[in-house]
Ligand binder design. Structure first.
Ligand SMILES: *Cc1c(COP(=O)(O)O)cnc(C)c1O
Length: 220
């Protein structure tokens, strides 16, 4: 009998295919399953399939959802992909294994204190406002080097750069630009690509793709 592919198998296969074309190793791409707004009943099947890397965009929601799941499943790795308020930095440091939204000086100040209180340092991606959009989070490209320097000075472990390109236009130039900015700043990781464009992102060097809808279906 033919077994139907699960969404997880499909996304993994797509990543592997792009890696073959780009002559990259699939193991160099981390698939973050973004489970925001989804409950346990949607998340557990993915855990049962063996997936362990998840992303959330709100500290409070993740605090409610993940501690019970961590009691049932070993090796869960949680990524904060949404905006972080300075007053939530300590909670975030205690719960998350990686933060993708370091984008301003106030966080460079708040995070070291949060790490100390939490007793652990969490690797951070610096989020770049890659399309220079007023409404988007992320540091302006012109201010990136200064923020990188300040984060290094504060001994925040830097994982790389993260971006969310403008909606409804070809994302490839923005992904390529993020790669160039990472090179210029001596950073390795590239957190880029969501359900609609992760294949393009992998082609252009993404080390972390953040995929929600393609794995879990639409959010309510
Ligand atoms: C929700 C979200 C995603 C996942 O988006 P999908 O289009 O559902 O794959 C990725 N990154 C961030 C920052 C998000 O907030």
């Amino acid at each position: 009998m033919e077994k139907t592919e699960t969404p997880l198998e499909m996304v993994r296969a797509n990543i592997a295919k792009q890696c073959r074309i780009a002559r990259r190793e699939p193991d160099d791409v981390t698939l973050i399953a973004v489970s925001k707004k989804h409950g346990e009943e949607t998340i557990v099947p993915l855990l049962d399939e063996g997936h362990r890397v998840f992303g959330e965009n709100r500290v409070q929601e993740a605090q409610d959802k993940w501690p019970p799941l961590r009691e049932r499943y070993e090796g869960i790795e949680l990524h904060l992909v949404g905006q972080l308020q300075s007053n939530k930095a300590e909670d975030a440091a205690a719960l998350f294994d990686c933060i993708h939204s370091l984008d301003r000086m106030s966080l460079v100040k708040a995070l070291p204190k949060a790490f100390e209180k939490a007793g652990r340092k969490v690797p951070c991606f610096i989020q770049v406002n890659i399309g220079s959009e007023d409404q988007k989070g992320g540091v302006a490209i012109a201010e990136l080097a200064e923020l990188v320097a300040a984060a290094r000075e504060a001994e925040i472990p830097l994982a790389g750069l993260m971006c969310i390109p403008p909606a409804d236009i070809e994302p490839a130039p923005f992904f390529a630009l993020l790669g160039k900015l990472a090179d210029e700043n001596g950073l390795e990781g590239l957190s880029m690509g969501m359900s609609g464009d992760y294949e393009t992102a992998v082609m252009l060097g993404a080390t972390h793709v953040r995929v929600g809808t393609a794995l879990f279906g639409a959010r309510g």
